[in-house]
Design a protein around this ligand. Structure first.
Ligand code: ROI
Length: 169
C-alpha cells in the first residue's frame, strides 16, 4: 500500500456539501482506504477575476491504485459532482488534486507529483500539513516546516466544519 494525499476544493453549489460528498466518494474508492482528514479552511479565490470564496481540505489514503489509476478515479468523482473543465481559473463544484504519492516524484503530461501547487498555495499547503508529521520531508520540496515558514497562511481561516469523522481513521 502507498500513502497518497489528495487536496479538495470547492466554491460552487454548497461547497461544504461538495466536500462532504467528495469524502464519502473517496471513502468508497476501490483498493484504497481513507485514513485521515484535514481541517476545513476557507479563503478568497486566488487567481484572476471575481468568484466566490473557496472551502479547501485534504485527505490521506492508503491505496493500491497506481498514480494514474488514482488520478482517473479522482477525475470520475469530480465529473460525478458536476465539474466542468473548460475554464482554467474558473469557479468549480469540486477540484480534487493528487498531491503526494508515497515518496515518488513523477513528471507525466497528465500528472506532476508532488503537485506543483503545494509550495505555491496556502490553500493546498495548510490542509496537507494537517495530515503529515511536523518533521516530514516532501520529495523534491524539502522539510514541511520550511514550506510552512515561507507561507504564513494569513489568508486562510479554519472553518467550524468537520469532515465526517466516521470516514476517517
Ligand atoms: N483559490 C482558492 N482559495 N482555493 C482553491 O481551491 C482555488 N482553486 C483554483 C483557483 C481558481 C486557482 N483558485 C483557488 O483552481
Amino acid at each position: 500500500m502507498i500513502t497518497a494525499c489528495v487536496a479538495l476544493g470547492s466554491n460552487l453549489q454548497e461547497p461544504a456539501q461538495q466536500l462532504m460528498a467528495a469524502v464519502a466518494a473517496l471513502r468508497g474508492l476501490e483498493d484504497s482506504r481513507l485514513t485521515r482528514c484535514s481541517r476545513v479552511y476557507s479563503s478568497a479565490a486566488v487567481g484572476p477575476g471575481e468568484q466566490p470564496d473557496y472551502l479547501n481540505a485534504a485527505v490521506m489514503l492508503e491505496t493500491r491504485l497506481t498514480p494514474l489509476a488514482l488520478l482517473d478515479a479522482l477525475q470520475r468523482i469530480e465529473a460525478r459532482q458536476g465539474r466542468e473543465r473548460e475554464l482554467r481559473w474558473g469557479p468549480r463544484t469540486l477540484d480534487l488534486d493528487l498531491l503526494l504519492y508515497g515518496d515518488q516524484t513523477l513528471n507525466l503530461p497528465r500528472l506532476q507529483i508532488p503537485h506543483p501547487r503545494i509550495a505555491e498555495r496556502d490553500f493546498v499547503l495548510y490542509p496537507l500539513a494537517d495530515l503529515l508529521p511536523a518533521d516530514c520531508e516532501l520529495p523534491g520540496l524539502g522539510p514541511l516546516t520550511a514550506l510552512l515558514a515561507a507561507r504564513p497562511g494569513a489568508d486562510l481561516q479554519v472553518v467550524d466544519l468537520q469532515l465526517p469523522e466516521e470516514h476517517c481513521r
